[in-house]
Design a protein around this ligand. Sequence first.
Ligand code: MN
Length: 331
Amino acid sequence: MKPHQEVIDRILETIQSKQSFVLTTHVNADGDGIGSELALYHHLRDLGKEVHIINPTPMPDAYRFLDPEGTRVEAYGDHHARTVQQSDALVLLDLSEISRLGALGKALARNGPFKVCIDHHPTEGVSNDLAWIDERASATGELVYELLMQAGGKLSRSIAEGIYVAIMTDTGCFRYANVTAHTHRVAADLLETGLDHNRLYRLVYESNSWNQSRLFAKTIGDMNRACNDRVAWMKIPRRTFRETGTLEKDTEGLVEFPRSIGEVQISILFIEQAADRIRVRFRSPSHTAVDGLARELGGGGHRNASAALLKGTTLDEAIDRVLALVEKYVH
Ligand SMILES: [Mn+2]
């Protein structure tokens, strides 16, 4: 029997026996969360189930093309409380912690439907009714693919596109260390449905604005070094957003840039969301881990991509705090 087969069987049983589902993912959904949700949404709809996708935060612009009418992916509001409470099952995709669901999580903490989690983030103990967590998967989309294959589902164009975007974005377009032979086999199956992978790539990665380029140029232009050039760090004060006419969502991909410098082991981006709230993102090449660093700051993530939110601290304080910690994570 394959590892995790028991939990996969129980998830398949849950899908068969229950009628109404709410799908959700973590705050600030990424391509893996959105793509996995839409793939599972179409599968469940094909089975005649009632399905809602309700996320803690709005659909990111980069993935709107997957739901062009904006009717499938909703952002949680109080009017959703009943839908969530009365559904037969809630499926958490690309996360396992109810605490990462904002107000939606609070509504669920009181009581709520049967909870199923499908995720590939490293976690310590989860309290969902069913949890399939496989850290070897490059993306949650890879797990959704496995589930749908075992369910005997058909890879429709919409399902294939969702899974492809999930895997493409979580693997940095098939470059990161999390990519396996299996990842490519899944991708090959998806391409055989006739999906236009180049179109999906362009829609996600080649749809930037002039303002976003100004934000990147300014931020990379002011990049700093630490720990004998093994750490590169950048900051975006709120005034830079104002000056360049951009928002936090336009920072997507920026923290990846310093990874291309040979000596850099850790890339850090500080984003001033408010005077006392700083988002910190970390990236590292495969031989250096940054998940522990994010966890030490109350955040989380993967070995080579993690983040934390520092509250009650100014931008300069956040920078001092993180730079004091980072040394022990470089080698
Ligand atoms: Mn993921």
